[in-house]
Ligand binder design. Structure first.
Ligand code: ATP
Ligand code: MG
Length: 422
């Protein structure tokens, strides 16, 4: 699991703010669910035979002897919460979430045991248009962020009946070639044959080139539906590629499945994955409810953004530094910093009590333009000395309010000030 330190977090915050604004414009509301759920939610929702449930979950007994799991993904929790609070009886829900997920995987670049996702769930929508909208929201968010070199791949997993028929055909085909498969894939023939298609083993991938595909197995209705989704994407000018071998790792998907991948990420190429999961709500005890959603991996997205360095991230240097020395001055300096911050300025307060020379050197290094200085003399006069550290303005002895106003007049405020104390 990874610590996130202040410097890289500037880019995280930029991504989060962009996503938040993007969802707001698309009228998608945020939902936050607990990190911990009863294990059964994932066993039932995701499926026992999946890698996530079978091998990757952090599961333990709590003090009440209940089996709990750190959430490995967001969808099952969002559906549980929507059901528990009766949201679905209020009509279709458009929800997004962000936060940490936990999977016991082999850590490597773009793969951690605690990682972060931003996800979207559209609950209660069945139309091909909702598939296209969900995909467009993901695609446009990544465009907004300036990510380059992305490719959208789509497939249809069909209706459950289509999948059942395909499953049989695939199992028969795989059984004939069991010898040539890698051990993991061989084992999956009986537990989760569709997942064999997703194998990352090159020899298995090569063998699968001739395997029957899901697309060939789609019934007429499913095929027509998939055709509509593709036509809509074409109308939206969102480029895509059909990938008949694309299956999602979790059991609850049907019809449209998609991934957005990058050629810059090596083996961990998928930035965003999603699809339709019409069976899940019912499987978790709710009424039959169509749904589609996706989740994007923050760490992989951040890897891409930091490689591309296209983002102007908001400045973090202070606008002013408050320097003081002597008991009376120091108390006034604390209040001055507070007033300036509440007026919306980014203000660093020097708490060292060091000689002014040292404080000035630190202020210089901080990147601030202004120093607000209170020594014994200024404290006694109830004033503050305003110094332009870049030497363009003459030094002035001012009331606190006037000094703050002078700084505001030269630099746009950082925003977020309450102006209560100003
Ligand atoms: P993969 O095939 O890479 O394991 P997945 O199919 O397990 O992905 P999903 O469950 O669909 O992934 O999660 C959606 C996205 O979350 C992925 O596309 C990826 O960007 C990110 N993600 C998944 N697992 C991890 C992880 N262990 N570390 C970092 N990001 C992850
Ligand atoms: Mg995985």
């Amino acid at each position: 699991m990874v610590d996130l330190l202040p410097e890289p977090l500037a880019l995280w915050q930029h991504v989060e703010a962009t996503a938040r604004a993007h969802f707001r414009r698309a009228m998608v509301q945020e939902i936050r669910t607990p990190l911990l759920e009863v294990t059964e939610l994932f066993a039932r929702g995701i499926g026992e035979a999946t890698d996530v449930v079978g091998k990757e979950m952090y599961t333990f007994l709590d003090r009440g002897e209940r089996s709990c799991t750190l959430r490995p993904e967001g969808t099952a929790s969002v559906v549980r919460a929507a059901l528990e609070h009766g949201l679905l009886s209020q009509g279709p829900q458009r929800l997004w979430y962000s936060g940490p997920m936990f999977r016991y995987e082999r850590p490597q670049a773009g793969r951690q045991r605690q990682f972060h996702q931003i996800g979207l769930e559209l609950l209660g929508q069945a139309s091909p248009r909702s598939d296209a909208e969900a995909i467009a929201i993901a695609w446009d968010l990544l465009q907004d962020l300036g990510v380059q070199g992305l490719a959208l791949e789509i497939n249809s997993l069909g209706a459950p009946e289509d999948r059942q028929a395909y499953r049989q055909a695939l199992v028969a085909w795989l059984r004939q070639r069991a010898e040539a498969l890698d051990p993991d894939s061989r084992q999956r023939i009986d537990t989760n044959p569709l997942r064999v298609l997703d194998s990352k083993v090159p020899a298995t991938q090569a063998l699968l080139a001739d395997a029957p595909t899901l697309l060939e197995a789609l019934g007429l209705e499913s095929a027509a539906r998939f055709g509509q989704v593709q036509a809509l994407l074409q109308e939206l000018a969102i480029p895509f590629r059909l990938n008949p071998r694309l299956v999602r790792g979790l059991d609850y998907y049907s019809h449209t499945a998609f991934e957005i991948t990058s050629d810059q990420l090596g083996a961990q190429a998928t930035v965003c994955g999603g699809g339709r999961y019409d069976g899940l709500v019912e499987q978790l005890g709710g009424p039959p409810t169509p749904a589609i959603g996706w989740a994007l991996g923050m760490e992989r997205l951040l890897l891409l953004l930091s490689q591309q360095q296209t983002q102007p991230v908001e400045a973090s240097a202070p606008q002013a530094c408050v320097l003081s020395r002597g008991a009376a001055a120091e108390a006034r300096a604390l209040q001055l910093a507070r007033r300036a911050r509440s007026a919306g300025l980014r203000v660093e307060l020097d708490l060292t009590g060091a000689a002014f020379g040292k404080q000035f050197r630190r202020a210089d290094r901080s990147g601030a333009r202004w120093a607000l200085v209170i020594g014994e003399e200024e404290a006694a006069a109830g004033r503050v000395r305003l110094k332009d550290l870049r030497g363009e303005d003459p030094e002035q002895l001012l009331e606190a309010a006037a000094a703050i106003a002078r700084i505001q007049a030269t630099q746009p405020p950082a925003g977020g000030g309450t102006a209560k104390l100003a």
